[in-house]
Design a protein around this ligand. Sequence first.
Ligand SMILES: Cc1cc2nc3c(=O)[nH]c(=O)nc-3n(C[C@H](O)[C@H](O)[C@H](O)COP(=O)(O)OP(=O)(O)OC[C@H]3O[C@@H](n4cnc5c(N)ncnc54)[C@H](O)[C@@H]3O)c2cc1C
Length: 468
Amino acid sequence: MEQKARDNAAGNSNKIYDTIIIGAGLAGLSCANHLSENGFSFIVLDSSDGVGGRVRSDLVDGFILDRGFQVFLTAYPEAANMLDYQSLNLKSFYAGALIATEDGFTRLSDPFKNPSALLSAVFSNISSMSDKMRIAYLRQKLMATTVGEIFSQVDKTILQALQEDYGFSATIIHRFFRPFFGGITLDNTLSGSRRMFDFVYKMMAEGLVTVPARGMGQIPEQLAAKLPQNSIRLSSRVASIDVASSKVVLASGVTLQARSIVLATNGPDAHRLFPHVPLPSSQMATCLYFAAAEAPIKEPLLMLNGAAGPVNNLAVLTNVSPEYGPPGQHLISVTTVGGPGSGDAAEAKENADPLNEKAPLEGAAEAELIAQVKAQLKVWFGAGADVEQWRHLRSYRIAHAQPNQIPPWLQPASRPLKLSADGNEETEGHSIYVCGDHRENASINGALRSGRLVAEALKADLKVATVV
Ligand SMILES: Cc1cc2nc3c(=O)[nH]c(=O)nc-3n(C[C@H](O)[C@H](O)[C@H](O)COP(=O)(O)OP(=O)(O)OC[C@H]3O[C@@H](n4cnc5c(N)ncnc54)[C@H](O)[C@@H]3O)c2cc1C
């Protein structure tokens, strides 16, 4: 289809599109990009005022604040196929982490990527020599295992895999794996999927841990920029859908019709619009941002809490990319995981807005959390860091940061791409296509992949329908 025709389609509520995509997060944008490359007409609707869903950045007082601290792993296979890494200007963290323990800080480095850090890795006091050998073994094993093999192995919890399959000591599990993978899966109990653990570990071994120089929001912005003009309509909340007639009713009352509908929202919103999509329980995260004249550490290194206290991880983002803050100032992100709503689907559903647009953390609760976090960081950094003077910029509490992936959630690794109006998997009649991280796995890679898979299914179905 010609560009002009696509552009006309985008603004015309009488037009019958090939597809209406509900959600301009990474899954919806991935689906749109693959359809666009194949000449299908579509419109992407999103309830919020920007693209990216859970991957967005705000500009506040000259600081770039990602809506919840997150990182981009360059080895993600879907991302490597879709994104232009060079123009994202990716900036890397050092491989490894600085871990706060009851006995002070200890550094765990990846000696394969950071040969100069080999000594600190060998002598770090959180792991025994046998743990270090197991880490090296795990790395080699996962690099020799395909992503497909990882997602088809029998699932169990991360904790079970670390203890039973990999034989790590309680010390390294408590001081390193718990905060590290607790931060990634937003679950400090390590009861998430070992498939996810193996996948992320492999990605970290094979690539870099990065952020785009100007914030994570650059990732969806890059995908959106490749789409035809006017093909994304923001501030357009879908109130209901009718699968049988392929109609979408917006909160404004406007009705749009298409040959197909793609539901590309997060899991709870997909369930609300089409209850046959299972409601995932939610992992919650809270990210506090502070501005400081002096950075408490000088390196682009993730800091983890290997002891008690509210903090899960801390990063000085201006050490990774100076563009995250105005000249001469430092941006510090502090993440806490869990909390009210975590793991509780009912409560997550009740929560104000899964994407935090209504800022559910405020007032006395926010002040109390800031005080608790600062109290812990004063112990970490001592009087010299002047933590009390750090200026709080903004808090993000994301009620549904990730679907809870406690086994057997990721078994099967991919959920059906299309469902009939009554929720059945195999359908000849009217159906709805569903993508998003809750259909694959909770990651940037999972969201991009699920959008592509739905686009491929749609391409085949729409072509058949056209020929018939
Ligand atoms: C704090 C945090 C940390 C994370 N850390 C990492 C990390 O380090 N690495 C990693 O790979 N992944 C991480 N993730 C996970 C990753 O960000 C998500 O898995 C991914 O972004 C999900 O994309 P999605 O497109 O499936 O859903 P979403 O991003 O949720 O997009 C869904 C879109 O649908 C829209 N929508 C919802 N309802 C409606 C409606 N009724 N009408 C119209 N539009 C609607 C929403 O506005 C939204 O834009 C993290 C997530 C969070 C929140």
